[in-house]
Write a protein that binds this ligand. Structure first.
Ligand code: G3H
Ligand code: 13P
Ligand code: NA
Ligand code: ZN
Length: 328
């Protein structure tokens, strides 16, 4: 059945687990997540970005979600808008059967200019009033994603803040977080603590200097009843980097967020964990392998089936690691 983010994360909080939110753009990614959920008996958050909606078409996406929910009737399914940038994007998502929306007011509507507190709180409060009137949940974001190593936002991946950011912007302020949750009424709060989107998050295995998990612990102490969200939470497995590079790919050496750091976050109020890059890498590794080993194949199913199997494997591992498994 379709459920809201609030319903799912309330259950996760009561039972002390986290839920991976997997980005999808197409049927293959949707099926991979649902098969992993069925295999591990896990509830699901599927999320679509504005880019995904433009890629797949809203009507097609809406049909896909309905189809997935029908094909896997036992799996609780939340359909979430990732990084909404204004009232209209959130409203049209709701019209197209999303049960949850993110209003990311940490950036202006252009998706690259850091916004001030007043802008963020105002637009997020207005989206929350509208969404709650429709029975839909809202995720807000306070603080800007970007690297504590370089001070750069993740614009290089096509979205996120442009240019140099201060440590003030890169780390969510606990006092502001308390005020923001009160003033906006959001169901979940995304916070910034040094992660960024995409494959190139850290130039070394992250420690407390560049991945500020202590910020999560402090915010959870101040807001024990607020569901926290970690963005940019792919682990960027070295094994996948190697498979891609061994088959003609070009991924520079890089580190992601270690699964044990996410588990630590889950012990401190993190309930939603956003993952896209790991699944992109898994599918790409599988497809590159088929192309290299079976150059005569040209039926898309010959490479999309292994791609789905590879994505399903990542999703199952995250459902198990975050304690989602067994909670459907
Ligand atoms: O926000 C980041 C997600 O990975 C979605 O990426 O905007 O390329 O679909 P996208
Ligand atoms: P990754 O790029 O680390 O997978 O993060 C995805 C994300 O935060 C989507 O909102
Ligand atoms: Na989101
Ligand atoms: Zn994100």
């Amino acid at each position: 059945p379709m459920i809201t983010l609030r319903q799912l994360l309330d259950h996760a909080a009561e039972n002390g687990y986290g839920v991976p939110a997997f980005n999808i753009n197409n049927m293959e990614q949707g099926l991979s997540v649902m098969k992993a959920a069925e295999a591990t008996n896990s509830p699901v958050i599927l999320q679509a970005s504005r880019g995904a909606r433009a890629y797949a078409n809203d009507a097609v996406l809406a049909g896909l979600i309905m189809g997935l929910s029908k094909a896997f009737p036992e799996i609780p399914l939340c359909m979430h808008l990732d990084h909404g940038n204004g009232l209209e994007t959130c409203a049209t998502a709701i019209q197209n059967s999303f049960t949850s929306v993110m209003m990311d007011g940490s950036l202006k509507a252009d998706g690259k200019t850091p916004a001030d507190y007043a802008y963020n709180a105002d637009i997020t409060r207005r989206v929350t009033e509208m969404a709650h009137a429709c029975g839909v949940s809202v995720e807000g974001e306070l603080g800007v994603l970007g690297s504590l190593e370089t001070g750069m936002g993740d614009k290089e991946d096509g979205h996120g803040a442009e240019g140099k950011l201060s440590e003030d912007q890169l780390l969510t302020d606990p006092d502001e977080a308390v005020r923001f949750v009160e003033e906006t009424g959001v169901d979940a709060l995304a916070i910034a603590m040094g992660t960024s989107h995409g494959a190139y998050k850290f130039t070394r295995k992250p420690d407390g200097e560049i991945l500020a998990m202590h910020v999560i612990e402090e915010i959870h102490r101040r807001l024990p009843n607020t569901h926290l969200v970690m963005h940019g939470s792919s682990s960027v497995p070295e094994e996948l980097q190697q498979i891609i590079n061994a088959h003609g790919g070009d991924i520079r050496p890089t580190w992601g967020v270690p699964v044990e750091e996410i588990q630590r976050g889950i012990r401190h109020g993190v309930r939603k964990v956003n993952i896209d890059t790991d699944n992109r890498l898994a599918m790409t590794a599988a497809i590159r392998t088929v192309f290299a080993e079976k150059p005569s194949e040209f039926d898309p199913r010959a490479y999309l089936k292994p791609a789905m199997a590879a994505m399903q494997k990542i999703c199952e591992a995250r459902f198990e690691a975050f304690g989602t498994a067994g909670n459907a």
